[in-house]
Design a protein around this ligand. Structure first.
Ligand code: NDP
Length: 330
């Protein structure tokens, strides 16, 4: 069964070219790392996906291991793609990745040709797709020759199982090398996916400039610092929040008194601009010319709506930027 999408879905979304490619990506994309696994409510996952698409969010980001259990986020999206979203495949950019632990034994992680191509086949089955739009290598592999990993990405494109390829979590030098190898293989690297937020600025030192020099786009993950840069933790740690759930990535101990004071000051600045803190945090990453899209996560549709609302005011004055720097370095 399919659902008729909102006829005005492209009226407020903004799109930006991904590097020097022909591909336009929405300025806000939705990731399925959390809240789309086999343990999560399918009805909520479906509402998030359909609601995001209705807002013009045409890009959904996955990885082989998203769940839990690993692989189940791809199955969740696959079910919605076979159902409600089946008429809209050509309006969607679906990405997946391989690089972290996925199955037992020596061929289930990192960057070998064996792992990447087997994983892509598995992802396509779970998604019920003939091809993904973007296939990423999820993290650098210190022990596999980069030529082998990039050769596997080239093979993914040549076999028609991916339209574009990308890399994630590579540093600037690794990015230059990967980009040069792929260029030599006649399959340009489309995009890099690094972490970036007001609280995590490592990409500013070298990577963003490298991406522009190499012509790669940049889809930044965790732009809300997993929810810290939102109204979520202003007063307490809600029981249904990511920090309250068992996680190796965000815990109550991460919300220190110092962090909370920064978050509250940033929230005041956002309010003065007529924005929510999430909207300010997204405008802040999107201000970088190198950044194509901010890749958010969400546990409910109202959060996606709020995030997409950032597009109404992406301008930041020099004074505002200075205030943000002062707050986060305090
Ligand atoms: P964010 O920094 O956007 O954090 C998302 C969380 O913030 C949500 O789950 C929600 O928390 C909260 N939130 C979002 N919007 C709002 C709002 N408007 N108001 C209040 N709270 C809000 O991103 P993620 O860390 O989830 O990462 C996003 C995506 O990036 C992933 O799904 C994945 O696709 C990708 N990623 C890639 C990685 C890589 O190695 N390449 C690594 C990590 C992520 P709550 O759940 O508490 O409601």
């Amino acid at each position: 069964m399919s659902t008729l999408a909102n006829a005005s879905r492209y009226e407020s979304m903004l799109f930006k070219r991904c590097g020097t490619s022909g591909l336009l990506l929405p300025r806000v994309s939705l990731g399925l790392w959390h809240n789309f696994g086999g343990v999560d409510a399918r009805t909520n996952a479906r509402e998030l996906l359909l609601g995001a698409f209705d807002l013009g969010v045409t890009h959904f980001d996955l990885a082989n291991n998203y769940g839990p259990p690993p692989g189940s986020a791809e199955e969740t999206l696959g079910q919605v793609l076979r159902g409600d979203l089946s008429p809209y495949r050509d309006e969607l950019i679906i990405s997946t990745k391989a690089g972290y632990d996925m199955w037992q034994g020596p061929y289930g992680n990192f960057g070998s040709r064996k792992y990447l191509l087997a994983s892509l086949d598995q992802s396509l089955k779970r998604l019920g797709l003939e091809y993904v739009d973007i296939f990423y290598h999820h993290r650098p592999d210190p022990d596999t020759p980069l030529e082998e990993t990039m050769g596997a990405l080239q093979q993914a494109v040549k076999s028609g199982k991916a339209l574009y390829v990308g890399i994630s979590n590579y540093n600037a030098e690794q990015t230059r090398q990967a980009s040069a190898i792929l260029r030599g293989l006649q399959v340009p690297c489309l995009v890099h996916q690094p972490s970036y937020s007001m609280f995590n600025r490592w990409v500013e030192a070298e990577l963003l400039q490298t991406l522009q020099q190499e012509g790669l786009g940049c889809v930044v993950f965790s732009p809300l610092a997993q929810g810290l840069l939102t109204s979520r933790y202003l007063n307490d740690i809600p029981t249904d929040s990511r920090a309250a759930k068992p996680s190796a990535f965000l815990n109550p101990t991460d919300i220190t008194a110092g962090k909370l004071s920064q978050i509250r000051s940033l929230n005041q600045l956002a309010t003065a601009r007529g924005q929510t803190l999430a909207q300010l945090a997204l405008a802040w990453v999107l201000r970088q010319p190198a950044v194509t899209s901010a890749l958010i996560g969400a546990s409910r549709l109202s959060q996606v709506r709020d995030c997409v609302g950032c597009l109404k005011n992406l301008d930041l004055s020099a004074e505002e930027l200075q205030s943000i720097d002062t707050i986060v370095s305090a």
